[in-house]
Design a protein around this ligand. Sequence first.
Ligand code: G6P
Ligand code: BGC
Ligand code: BGC
Length: 923
Amino acid sequence: MDSIGSSGLRQGEEALSCSEEGLPGPSDSSELVQECLQQFKVTRAQLQQIQASLLGSMEQALRGQPSPAPAVRMLPTYVGSTPHGTEQGDFVVLELGATGASLRVLWVTLTGIEGHRVEPRSQKFVIPQEVMLGAGQQLFDFAAHCLSEFLDAQPVNKQGLQLGFSFSFPCHQTGLDRSTLISWTKGFRCSGVEGQDVVQLLRDAIRRQGAYSIDVVAVVNDTVGTMMGCEPGVRPCEVGLVVDTGTNACYMEEARHVAVLDEDRGRVCVSVEWGSFSDDGALGPVLTTFDHTLDHESLNPGAQRFEKMIGGLYLGELVRLVLAHLARCGVLFGGCTSPALLSQGSILLEHVAEMEDPSTGAARVHAILQDLGLSPGASDVELVQHVCAAVCTRAAQLCAAALAAVLSCLQHSREQQTLQVAVATGGRVCERHPRFCSVLQGTVMLLAPECDVSFIPSVDGGGRGVAMVTAVAARLAAHRRLLEQTLAPFRLNHDQLAAVQAQMRKAMAKGLRGEASSLRMLPTFVRATPDGSERGDFLALDLGGTNFRVLLVRVTTGVQITSEIYSIPETVAQGSGQQLFDHIVDCIVDFQQKQGLSGQSLPLGFTFSFPCRQLGLDQGILLNWTKGFKASDCEGQDVVSLLREAITRRQAVELNVVAIVNDTVGTMMSCGYEDPRCEIGLIVGTGTNACYMEELRNVAGVPGDSGRMCINMEWGAFGDDGSLAMLSTRFDASVDQASINPGKQRFEKMISGMYLGEIVRHILLHLTSLGVLFRGQQIQRLQTRDIFKTKFLSEIESDSLALRQVRAILEDLGLPLTSDDALMVLEVCQAVSQRAAQLCGAGVAAVVEKIRENRGLEELAVSVGVDGTLYKLHPHFSSLVAATVRELAPRCVVTFLQSEDGSGKGAALVTAVACRLAQLTRV
Ligand code: G6P
Ligand code: BGC
Ligand code: BGC
């Protein structure tokens, strides 16, 4: 039952009331009627003006221009493509709001392209008036009740039900299953729903009801269901038009034109919400006194002015107002009205449609009027038919102007001279009133002659389309679950991180005592951070990070650095040791020549960022290569000797190698020059490691019990004894297996820049094999090792990037993907880098707690010098490390200082200190 306010037809039981004034003569009558009906005539120019004004509003709303407030909403839905027809499965559809005061539940079976069509089963429920105007919860409880009543009667398997919710009111959608009601329309006014997510309200009601477990997968507007349910034909069906109780249309817009979406590819279905269109300039001249009265007496005065001239809820009411007016003027019914004629909502859409239809006999019109308590004469019947036709014709013409605006918009955005398009039509006005449709079609042809439009009536009142969207949404939700399952092992909780910290502490203690441990805890023979009295010119080498550098470091009251970057080709890094060290000396010679230093024998500090057992400041035995280096005949050798031998081979140069320094130590020294509290060095770059100042008494194997010594932890190898096994995922295992040092540097392989991209790549391969990414198609490019560099991870996670930029970066890598794919790749990167930062934080927490305990302090304030491309370039890494340290070492106040000059400067400072001490002993 459609009604605005009170009841429907009453059986003529009420008394007539007649005009007391004299009745007009026949010629006056016809004039009065003409005058009245004239108001409903809309000229072609007026229709064109409405079309143009609506088009302007649509384009303004698309551009996201807030002022003046656009007259239509243009709400993006999350439907990105019209159906392929491949969708399959059983779906429950709940329709609310399309057809007046009724609610429909459907069981829709989609059988894909090949399968036979299965007719849906459906049931209609009348929503009581008090529910439509009552509390929101009552409405949703009513819907949940109807759902279970319907399902109770279905002879089908009711496990794992997936529901599509057709909710036909203006909503802001923020996902396929998230939609906030903006405002009620069409006779609904339930409290507490506007501004709420209607999907959540439905879910809550279903839960309260408790009879079935139903997953509400998608929410759609009726226009979208109408468009999506359209049988695929010769031309694409890219517009959905509904004229039922209310009216609206949706169409496929280019995503790049929808400002709020920030998406530059593909299309998105936009719900125009043209019912709210009300441009005074364009609509004003068309509005009649009856329209004003109707609006005034409606539940939402001032709103939905356009809808109130077209929607089925209002056509009957408009006719009633005209008839009552004409009766009062004495032109109709002998000047008599009836209580029913004067009651809001007594003439329904079906009556108007029937009376308007020329094939309806006079007797039937007569009967309808009699039911209204009227006593029509013969001429009255004809007049009433005219009134109905005038009201409906105007509605169809206005609707055509609006549709023509949508078509023009579509044509503009496609940049096409002529547009061939199919419009899916739905709703009772379209379906049951052939005259409405023919006027609509004729007027569209007139107003949009450049568009070749075919009109296709919707199937199952849009229910099938809703099921289609639900099928797609269900697939996406399943993908999301698989993504979450895949990433779950990367999400570490507090207990897991505390366990890593505790294990690290244990391994540190063992390593320091000289017992078997994955942490080697190597003494560096650096006993103090610089005191500022160091002076002189030094050469430094910096090998083992992204860049190989040669530096000239001038230490006076400050430090001045000149440096040059040289490449180490992979063939050299993985060739023979002799080749590598000859290459290094060549670079030094080149640097000396460029700097005019040839012939000078400056003291040289060598930052060598690999694990070395040092026997003194200038002696370091390479224990093993890491980070992709594998030059032969170096492991087990003293690196300083290898360098000196290469110098000798080169004859022409003389170099005085004074110290070999790990990059962590170089970084600590370099930052220590600025901040004396800097007693920890941390690297998170190609590899990862840390060093810190340990009490000499705790260090086995180095004579002396007083003072401190910097210990190179070599924490990259933490876990190589299997102690990290419970955190290691299948992807970590794959990365490890494919590396040149399987089983080694397991902690480093979960943290540092050289490996994170590889972990991401392995996860993406897995997700592709599950069909979650890239539509399940294996992509050749993804098979390529090391395509994701650290820089790339840092870029992709930057907050300032829109999803489309993320997508562009991925496409530059040769990965063709959709926005959904891009979002997933981003989430994968985030999970992997977050775990890395947290593990790194757990390591730092172990170190600071050790220092605090060493010194017997309640609280420790300490600084950490940090370097490395991942730490420095990644947008969130550093703050995540700090947060984890705060959580796991609450009694330490830790300041992180980023090293600006690299560890070469630190190596020069270590060299300077050594030279100062050597001078002292000589003196
Ligand atoms: C430094 C150094 C490098 C070191 C690097 C780590 O400051 O000068 O020798 O290995 O940082 O960063 P990277 O990201 O280049 O591996
Ligand atoms: C609603 C639209 C709906 C249309 C047709 C209007 O009142 O605002 O969302 O599509 O009616 O049902
Ligand atoms: C090396 C360490 C180095 C770290 C950071 C690791 O692979 O073993 O010596 O400090 O990378 O560059």
